[in-house]
Design a protein around this ligand. Sequence first.
Ligand code: 13P
Ligand code: SF4
Length: 343
Amino acid sequence: MSSATELVEISFEGRYTLPEVEILSDTAEEIRRKQERVRALCAERNAILLAHHYQRPEVQEVADAVADSLRLSQTAAKTDADVIVFAGVHFMAETAAIICPDKRVLLPDLRAGCSLAASVTPEELREWKARLPGAVVVSYINTSAAVKAESDYCCTSANAAKVVGAIPADRTVLFLPDQFLASVVARQTRRSNIVAYPGYCHVHKTIQPDQVAGLLSDHPDIELLLHPECGCVSSCMAKAMDGTLPQDRTFFLSTEGMLRHIGESPATEFAVGTELGILHQLGKKYSQKRFYPVNEKAVCAFMKTITLDRVIRSLETLEPQVRVPEEIARKAKRAIDRMLELA
Ligand code: 13P
Ligand code: SF4
């Protein structure tokens, strides 16, 4: 067992199958016709299409909302649609199904999993809890419903420090599954009693300190926006503290936090340390600013399984539906509701 500041090397790669990223060759006209079909079907089915920032641009463009995990959950909680189509990954659709038990939640491709969520099972969490009795369990939203059901609190990258900060300072916190986010939260909350699970996202883990340093040397005035799941965060936090990186220009932000920050910042150049799908919204909202991905290969193959064709098929057939067994949903909802109350 390790504290949140000591990083642990364990591979979870055998636990998931990465889908192949399909290169689509639709013309602009075909994309437009498919998007029209999606909108017509959403109206017919009284459906809402929710898309994460890592989705394909043409899917983001046709969605009712494009946001991070937190805002997508909040949007699901408020909708009066009968059907929620989740253009995202499985844990996001499960969360919507838990929050909205009377709605039909669709995930257009069930291969849309998450390597981070796959890194912890409910059995492993139970073992952890047995070894640390009395600890408060905070699970990142990137976990299965069954893991959330074993947790006291849920959090996203946008509110992890707030959630952990609300726990009495003398209580040990079991934080899972992302070890990099855990180290950021430990630093932000100044707690030394956070025990981190050794999980990671296979995409963000590849975002490394030398890539950040390379961008900074090419663009000395750039602001560094790093998702807290990145493999570079511990090193970058330490370098920001000792002045090797500019402390006033280094930020650890959720995808939504990045969008908000850029809108408020006078800077014109930004290094973006996260999955490349976000560049679509950034370019659209801030066309006068320039964005440089920290790692140009940071692509989540799970997110890219959702295509317009699959969204259309899903709306036509109302399948594949994501359901969560009642008992698990009831327990997981406590952890999610605690987060939504604090958010
Ligand atoms: P956000 O909470 O920032 O949307 O991130 C979700 C995610 O899956 C990051 O990899
Ligand atoms: Fe999961 Fe990583 Fe993909 Fe986010 S980018 S959905 S954490 S695999």
